[in-house]
Each structure stands twice: as structure tokens, then as C-alpha cells.
Design a binder for this molecule. Structure first.
Ligand SMILES: *[C@@H]1O[C@H](CO)[C@@H](O)[C@H](O)[C@H]1NC(C)=O
Ligand SMILES: *[C@@H]1O[C@H](CO)[C@@H](O)[C@H](O)[C@H]1NC(C)=O
Ligand SMILES: *[C@@H]1O[C@H](CO)[C@@H](O)[C@H](O)[C@H]1NC(C)=O
Ligand SMILES: *[C@@H]1O[C@H](CO)[C@@H](O)[C@H](O)[C@H]1NC(C)=O
Ligand SMILES: *[C@@H]1O[C@H](CO)[C@@H](O)[C@H](O)[C@H]1NC(C)=O
Length: 483
């Protein structure tokens, strides 16, 4: 099964809206953006009383406002054949670096209006009379687009501090110079994945609504020393992190770091949940950083109950569904209606991010399984035979990775239909399905995997070593070193 098989799986999970959003967004990104015939991009300021309606039927992007350098523009971006969103676009690459997150996408038509009266408001009467998106700002007099791509609402009495700015409400992209704080997050258009600053680290999360989430990647710049206050992507090619005493800085270097070229960098959370950094080389976006280097380390890569074979990654199912692997919903096994489950066991499976998981030291596999079986918020567990550690999954089962035979997996599968809690225990044991290895080739793969893993661990160690050296250099010195 090819890796892009997961697309069908991911698509089904979201609500209709986020599904539509996801597809449209993807199309929009792929669409080439032309300036509409006769469109002027000389407007560098929008004043109170402004109102606009999408006009040019054939254009992919309708400019409303340009930055002083002509590199970025704000306007209506076509999404799919009939919809639109508000976006700030990097013109040379047609890439949206910011887009609004409306309750519904507006139609590209006369029913849609963008107005500015201090508050920037998008409405579409053909959808409903209310507001689809609004900056929720008051006291603004005009709207400008900065040469950094920051869209700002300013008041005439104080032109230096913005009443509202797009930099405080990022979508999936962080551009160079944009302040990334614990108040903001980068999210994929389907809201499935997010990059957030939490306490002492930044991390990638897969979200299931409520308190269920998977933290599958983490970078802890300050160790336990102090909370990160903000992070900024810097022109020298790194993600800089700053704590309360902003003179103290640590950095996550990109491949472009220390190469002497100053150009536009951006960090984007991809639709598959990976985090990439890019450098604009005046012709194309060069990939200069990837957070999750093993594709099987992405929790959604093969969808729910998916099994990812590393190396040249390919997807299989641990539990088959009607179309692909079995789908899971969110939630847990704690309510009466939904407390029934069967069990699937599989050996030789693990995840790349088990150090980030909830874990317990146990005596045996049986003890590990028992912990999960008895806890209604637990969906599954991985037992490590070599370390006697039990890793717990308190979220619907996602993709696991095939690996040697050091780990044993235990996974709950929701039963269709009723069944009381008295029946639950019996069902759980009776229906327990023990899966022997379906893929004989895994043993072979295991060997390869161990070798590959050791190799990549070595690489990681080397990287970690070099970034530690950098930690000790204060940011100020680093700067002078490189200029
Ligand atoms: C504006 O307020 C509404 C309702 O409180 C909220 O849903 C929306 O996300 C806000 N918009 C922005 C850009 O913060
Ligand atoms: C961007 O604008 C700032 C002032 O707002 C200016 O100092 C800077 O030189 C400009 N950068 C470019 C690349 O034009
Ligand atoms: C970034 O945001 C933090 C928290 O709001 C603030 O303390 C810091 O001064 C900001 N830094 C810059 C460079 O804007
Ligand atoms: C799932 O289906 C595939 C192909 O339809 C089959 O090869 C595989 O054995 C099935 N897996 C399980 C666990 O039933
Ligand atoms: C059940 O598991 C959750 C996390 O998965 C944990 O927070 C909770 O304490 C556990 N409950 C019991 C009774 O062990």
C-alpha cells in the first residue's frame, strides 16, 4: 500500500467543514496566483469606511493591499473553485504566509463583503447574516501591510503599536521575525496538528478534542531552567528561543545556519503534522529543516490502527476497516454507552516518541496490559521487554511503527453497539484476538531497523552535541560572530 493511502483515512476523520477546508486549502496552495488584469497593487493603506467585494472571476488572488516592497499582498485568495479566504501571500512564490481562520469559507461572489471600520470584518449574506471572520478590534483607523508580511490595524494617535496584527494570529506558518509565544500556535488547516510552546519546551501535538492529544516531537531549549517566553525565526537561519530575561537565548539551527546568506526564512507545520523550515533563495523555497526525520514517527502517517514500515515507509493496517484501516473517533471508554472493547495484540511495534509518553515501570507484560485494561481513558499500551517500561496511550490508537521484537503492543478496539460494563470484562478477554506476525518480513526489517536506528541515533547525538555548544554562546555573541 503506498504511503499516500493515509490521505483517505485522514480525510474521513474531520468534520465536514474541516474536511472541506483541508481539501480546499490544499488546492489553493497548489493554485498559481496571478494578479487580476487591471488590478493595481499600489494600495498600501486601507482607511476606515473601506469595503470590497470579490470581483474578478478568473483570478486566484485579488489584491487589496500591498506592502511597501511589493513582496507581499493581502487580499481575497481563491479556495477551490467557488470559495475564498483572506490571506497574505508571498507574491514571488504565490504562497500564503497567513490566512484567516473563518467559521465558514465565504463564496467568491457578490454576496461576500470585506469591510473595515476599525474592525476588519468578512461577511457572506448567502451563508448567513452574521460574521464569518472578524479581527475583533476597536480603535483602529487604518490597515497596513508591513514589509515583514505583518498585517496591522493601527490608530492614528499611535502608529507604532498595532491595535491588531496578523502576527499574533498565525495560521500554519511563522515567518522570519514573527513573535511566537505561548499565546499563539501554528495549526494545520484541518486543526489536526499544532506546534505550541508549553512551559520549557516547544512541541508538536496531534489533537483529538478535549484533553486527548499526542505529543510526538519536542525540543527543550532551556532544559529545566525556565519557561520559554517566545521564539523567533531569525534571518541567519535558526529558530531562536528566549526566556523571561530576553538576553538569554538558545537556538535550533537550520541547514542554512551559518552559511552567510540572509534571506527570508519561514517555519510551516505541514498537513501531515511535520514541521519544516524553508529558505527563499529568490527562485524557490529550499527545505532547510525537518523536525520529524523518520516519516513513521508521524502519528497520523498511516491513519488510525495503521502500521508503518520504516526505511522506504509504507503503510499497513493492524485492524482492517471497511475502507482502509479501522477508523476511530475521539473520546474514551468511560461512558456506559461506549465502554465495550475488544483487544488486538501485536509484537514488534513501537513509536518513535515513546520517551514523551506517559509511562510506568512494571514487572511484566501482563501487568502493563492490566494497567491499560482497567483504565477507561487508556486506549493502548506498549511494553518494552528490555526495560520493563509500560508506555500508555490515552488517545485513540494511531500509527505505530514496525520494529524488531523488543516491544509488545496492546490495543483496544471499540465494539460496535451496546453491552453493559458487566459484560465488558468477559468480552474483553473472550474476544481478545492475538495477532501473530502477519508479515514474516518484519524480522528481516527489524534487523535493518535496528541498524538504521543506531545510525540515526548517532547522527542525533552529534547534532545534539553541536547544538549544546551553541547553547553556551549568548545570542548577542552569536550574532556578531556571524555578521
Ligand atoms: C473574534 O471573536 C469571535 C467570537 O468571540 C471568535 O470566534 C473569533 O475567533 C475572533 N477572531 C479572531 C481573529 O480572534
Ligand atoms: C522594512 O521596513 C522597516 C521599517 O518599518 C525598515 O527599517 C526596513 O529596512 C525594511 N526592510 C526592507 C527589506 O525593505
Ligand atoms: C515577544 O512576545 C513576548 C511575550 O509577549 C514579549 O515579552 C517580547 O518582548 C516579544 N518580543 C519581540 C521581539 O517582539
Ligand atoms: C487487512 O487487509 C489486507 C488486504 O486487504 C490483508 O492483506 C491483511 O492481512 C488484513 N489484515 C488483518 C490484520 O486482517
Ligand atoms: C488512567 O490514565 C490516565 C492517563 O491515561 C491517568 O491520568 C489516570 O490517573 C489513570 N487512572 C487510574 C485510576 O489509574
Amino acid at each position: 500500500m503506498p504511503i499516500n493511502y493515509k490521505m483517505t483515512i485522514t480525510e474521513k476523520k474531520g468534520s465536514q467543514l474541516s474536511y472541506a477546508f483541508f481539501v480546499f486549502y490544499t488546492l489553493a496552495i497548489q493554485a498559481f496566483i496571478h494578479p487580476a488584469a487591471g488590478t493595481s497593487i499600489e494600495t498600501t493603506e486601507i482607511r476606515k469606511g473601506f469595503s470590497a467585494t470579490p470581483g474578478h472571476v478568473n483570478s486566484e488572488f485579488q489584491y487589496l493591499l500591498a506592502d511597501p516592497t511589493g513582496l507581499f499582498a493581502f487580499g481575497f485568495m481563491r479556495v477551490g473553485p467557488t470559495k475564498l479566504n483572506l490571506a497574505v501571500v508571498h507574491l514571488p512564490s504565490s504562497l500564503p504566509v497567513w490566512s484567516a481562520i473563518p467559521s465558514n469559507l465565504a463564496n467568491w461572489g457578490l454576496s461576500t463583503t470585506l469591510s473595515f471600520d476599525g474592525n476588519l470584518v468578512l461577511t457572506d449574506k448567502s451563508i448567513h447574516d452574521g460574521v464569518l471572520w472578524s479581527s475583533n478590534s476597536t480603535g483602529g483607523d487604518f490597515l497596513v501591510l508591513r514589509n515583514t508580511s505583518n498585517l496591522q490595524i493601527l490608530s492614528s494617535s499611535d502608529e507604532n503599536s498595532a491595535v491588531w496584527q496578523s502576527f499574533d494570529h498565525p495560521s500554519d506558518t511563522l515567518v522570519q521575525g514573527q513573535n511566537f509565544t505561548s499565546m499563539t500556535s501554528l495549526t494545520t488547516p484541518d486543526s489536526r496538528y499544532a506546534l505550541r510552546i508549553i512551559g520549557t519546551h516547544i512541541g508538536l501535538y496531534m489533537e483529538f478534542g478535549g484533553r486527548h492529544e499526542i505529543n510526538y516531537w519536542r525540543h527543550s531549549p532551556f532544559g529545566a531552567k525556565g519557561a520559554i517566553i517566545y521564539g523567533i525565526v531569525q534571518p541567519l537561519g535558526f529558530f531562536g528561543f528566549y526566556n523571561a530575561d530576553s538576553s538569554k537565548a538558545e537556538l535550533l539551527p537550520f541547514d542554512s545556519f551559518d552559511r552567510g546568506y540572509l534571506g527570508l526564512h519561514r517555519v510551516t507545520i505541514q498537513n501531515d503534522g511535520n514541521l519544516h523550515a524553508y529558505f527563499w533563495d529568490n527562485n524557490k523555497w529550499d527545505l532547510v529543516y525537518t523536525a520529524v526525520t523518520e516519516p513513521c514517527g508521524l502519528p497520523g502517517i498511516c491513519g488510525a490502527y495503521g502500521l508503518c514500515l520504516p526505511g522506504k515507509p509504507s503503510c499497513f493496517c493492524m485492524v482492517n476497516g471497511t475502507d482502509g484501516c479501522l477508523q476511530t473517533d475521539s473520546g474514551d471508554f468511560c461512558s456506559k454507552e461506549y465502554n465495550d472493547f475488544s483487544v488486538v495484540r501485536r509484537s514488534g511495534v513501537t513509536v518513535e516518541y515513546n520517551e514523551l509518553m506517559l509511562s510506568a515501570r512494571v514487572q511484566s507484560l501482563a501487568e502493563c496490559e492490566k494497567i491499560c485494561e482497567r483504565n477507561c481513558t487508556c486506549w493502548g499500551a506498549l511494553f518494552s521487554k528490555t526495560t520493563n517500561v509500560c508506555y500508555l496511550m490515552d488517545y485513540p490508537i494511531q500509527t505505530v511503527e514496525a520494529s524488531g521484537d523488543t516491544h509488545q503492543g496492546y490495543f483496544k478496539v471499540r465494539q460496535q453497539g451496546g453491552g453493559g460494563s458487566a459484560e465488558r470484562h468477559r468480552t474483553a478477554t473472550a474476544v481478545s484476538v492475538i495477532f501473530t506476525l502477519v508479515f514474516a518480513g518484519f524480522a528481516l526489517y527489524g534487523g535493518y531497523w535496528c541498524w538504521d536506528k543506531r545510525r540515526s541515533n548517532l547522527l542525533r547525538l552529534q547534532l545534539a552535541g553541536s547544538s549544546q555548544e551553541m547553547t553556551q554562546t549568548p545570542f548577542k555573541d552569536l550574532r556578531s560572530m556571524n555578521t
